[in-house]
Design a protein around this ligand. Structure first.
Ligand code: CP
Length: 323
């Protein structure tokens, strides 16, 4: 695997899930594979889970790890060509990327959407530059439009906890005071549509996801109808993707105070088939989900986060096997 961005990059999902199951039984079974190989993790944005789980995955495989926080101690990087660099950005990404590539064997990149220029974000401009100019395999640690390590961990978790062969999985939008990217819901939709689940998305009008990621998923604007009979409820906020309202790309469309009826609470969960609650974390309690729901024994937020180590181990193993 030369780059990891979308579900197709993994090939057969059932094979990947079986690999994940086996690696979870013994996560050190490939501990020689990464000997004398170096992973560089480049963060343009904050992280807790991705940082720790991907580093742990690399250690499981015997790799060395370097972490670069671009906005804390490195030169500020210009990312666009043609800019007269007379501001505070001292180095261009087009020099920095090949330099980074010269110190490592594999690169992970976290670079969120700017949420002001849809075309720039949806072209995955920063990630694509790493693929083109680093000379190394590059994988997404949440980019402008996708978060595949999260979606893979989510799918592993659903596989582990499902109580019927083809569970109903509902992804519901929930309120948030800030503009958030669409990377997590984009990837979750893409991966659920590739998996053997009955998938439904619910959100207020105006938050339609890009068809490229929605992959034909059923959209139900009435949240209560969507939640009926759900086996898994996946909550997430996202800002306007700009599909039906291009001028509103990246915006919060309504004051969140008016949208609090979308917060997943016990009344919402009572509509479901005793569903498990899921969220990628970090989560704002009593905005996205009530204290009672996230603390309920049916909540999977901790095992879901723990599975990030497994999804990252599978992906890094696949990359190392093709070096
Ligand atoms: N879910 C997730 O990616 O968490 P972090 O932003 O903390 O890495």
């Amino acid at each position: 695997m030369k780059s990891f961005l979308n579900v197709e990059d993994l090939g057969s999902l059932s094979q990947a899930l079986e690999e994940a199951r086996q690696l979870k039984e013994n996560r050190f079974q490939y501990e020689r594979l990464g000997h004398n190989k170096t992973l560089l993790m480049v963060f343009f944005n904050n992280s807790l889970r991705t940082r720790l789980s991907t580093q742990k995955a690399a250690m499981n495989l015997g790799m060395n790890v370097i972490v670069l926080d671009v906005n804390a101690g490195a030169w500020k990087l210009e990312t666009e060509r043609g800019v007269i660099m007379d501001g505070d950005r001292s180095e261009h990404l087009l020099e920095a990327i090949p330099v980074m590539g010269s110190y490592c064997d594999v690169i992970g990149v976290r670079s969120f959407a700017g949420l002001t220029d849809r075309e720039y974000d949806y072209a995955e401009t920063v990630f694509r530059q790493f693929v083109e100019y680093s000379g190394r395999p590059v994988f997404a640690m949440e980019t402008a439009t996708v978060h595949p390590l999260q979606a893979f961990a989510d799918l592993i978790t659903i596989e582990e906890y499902k109580e019927r062969q083809r569970p109903k999985v509902v992804m519901t939008w929930a309120p948030h005071p800030k503009s958030l990217p669409q990377a997590v819901p984009n990837s979750f939709a893409q991966w659920m549509m590739a998996a053997d689940v009955d998938f439904v998305v619910t959100h207020p009008e105006g938050y339609e996801l890009d068809p490229k990621f929605l992959c034909g998923a059923r959209v139900e604007y009435n949240q209560q109808d969507a939640l009926q009979g759900a086996d898994f409820v996946y909550a997430k906020n996202w800002s306007c993707p700009g599909v039906t309202r291009p001028a509103d790309y990246g915006k919060v469309l309504d004051d969140y105070h008016r949208m609090m009826h979308w917060t997943v609470d016990e009344a919402h969960m009572a509509l479901t088939n005793n569903a498990h609650f899921m969220h990628c974390l970090p989560v704002r309690r009593n905005m996205i989900v009530s204290d009672a729901v996230i603390e309920d024994p049916r909540s999977l937020v901790i095992p879901e986060a723990a599975n990030r180590e497994i999804s990252a181990t599978v992906v890094l193993k696949r990359i190392l096997q093709e070096l």
